[in-house]
Design a protein around this ligand. Structure first.
Ligand SMILES: *Cc1c(COP(=O)(O)O)cnc(C)c1O
Length: 379
């Protein structure tokens, strides 16, 4: 009757706290870390509803769909929201944030997404964080798609609220997530009369019932399987060369994917090309591609998925979300898919789909370009 997923010994408070310490090291922070018992949208919403006081001003940097979502929560919290929207094929700049803060000196909170898996761009958090800290506002960062794929320096960059999930570059479970909270952020949340209390979204409940009591008694039954999976994925990263090695692998994969895609059909609107124009703005976690003008990205993705050999690991390919669906192809090469093998399999499937649709694709040229761009560890 025994089952590997069932009848486990309860997860102790001490064990839970030890997993939080490991996550603090991943985030490079000495601030309070809470592992939240739900997907990353839970702490993201908790941070915004906790830190955005009614009547205050918040600056929301939008570089993809998550920024749009944050704007909705900020408005719903009663904040006056200043949106800086950046075209999704580029990234935000510290200069644009500096100008916006100068125009709106009353700004108390800045929300920013680090890497956007959905649009394939990444933002320079270090320089933006320095501008925000100099101004004095709090900085909230969504680092779900950047953690373990590129450097994340929560304390050094002055990030007050940093949210991660484990299901992307960490190769871990999707059902738990984590947030770090600086002293300045706790002060803000404590003095916000509308901060969630006695709620699933409440960071303050965790502080009072868990952190301030020495992390000795869990406030409720934890998501035990996900907590164990989270610990296992951190351990696996450590055993495979640590965060630096994971970051190098994701960077090499993105470089190979970009070079391979560029070489597949050659340049111009007739062919496939990187969606994010400048390679420096491209996220290591996922590569977005612009479909040839003559083709619909959704149809190309469907054909490429059908071209993949049966019984192999599913290709991490998708069309862009919503309005981007016609023009954007997403290659989600993260976690176990951040390998040269995945890049070659994706290029092979795309070549077959392109050739079938009448767009000439040269797989040999693409494979050679991908191989020479790959600078990471061998698979
Ligand atoms: C994937 C992703 C999320 C969503 O995380 P969930 O755990 O699915 O809620 C949030 N933000 C960014 C930038 C992401 O890429």
């Amino acid at each position: 009757m025994s089952h590997p997923l069932l009848d486990l010994a309860p997860l102790s408070a001490e064990h839970f706290a030890s997993i939080e310490r490991r996550i603090g090291a991943v985030l490079r922070t000495d601030a309070d870390v809470i592992v939240m018992q739900g997907e990353a949208l839970l702490p993201l919403e908790g941070c915004i509803r906790g830190a955005a006081r009614p009547g205050s001003t918040a600056l929301n940097v939008i570089t993809g769909p998550y920024g749009q979502t944050f704007g909705g929560w900020l408005r719903d919290s009663g904040a006056n929201v200043i949106d800086i929207e950046v075209p999704y094929h580029t990234s935000a700049s510290a200069e644009a944030v500096r100008r916006a803060l100068a125009e709106h000196p009353e700004t108390e909170l800045v929300s920013l997404v680090h890497a956007e898996a959905a649009t394939g761009n990444t933002n320079p958090v270090g320089p933006i964080g320095a501008v925000v800290r100099e101004h004095g506002a709090l900085l909230m960062l969504d680092a779900v798609a950047s953690v373990a794929a590129e450097p994340l320096e929560t304390d050094r960059w002055g990030v007050d609220l940093c949210v991660i999930g484990a299901q992307k570059a960490m190769g871990g479970p999707a059902g738990v997530s984590a947030v770090s909270v600086s002293e300045r952020a706790w002060e803000r949340i404590r003095t916000n009369p509308n901060a969630p209390r006695r709620s699933y979204l409440s960071l303050l409940d965790w502080k009072e019932r868990w952190i301030d009591t020495g992390r000795t008694a869990l406030p409720h039954a934890p998501a035990q399987l996900e907590m164990l999976a989270l610990e296992a994925c951190v351990r696996r990263i450590e055993e495979n060369g640590g965060l630096d090695s994971s970051i190098a692998r994701h960077r090499a994969t993105a470089a190979a994917m970009r070079a391979g895609a560029e070489a597949l059909t050659g340049q111009g609107g007739e062919g496939l090309r990187p969606y994010v124009t400048d390679a420096r703005d491209a996220a290591p976690v996922a590569t977005t591609l612009r479909a040839p003008d003559s083709l619909d990205a959704r149809e190309l993705v469907t054909a490429a998925l059908a071209a993949a050999p049966p019984n192999s690991r599913a290709l991490p390919l998708a069309a862009g979300g919503g309005a981007l669906g016609r023009e954007m192809i997403r290659v989600n090469h993260y976690g176990p898919d951040a390998t040269p093998g995945t890049v070659v399999r994706v290029l092979t499937a795309l070549a077959e789909a392109l050739n079938a649709a009448g767009v000439r694709a040269d797989l040999d040229a693409a494979s050679t370009a991908a191989e020479s761009a790959w600078s990471g560890p061998a698979e």
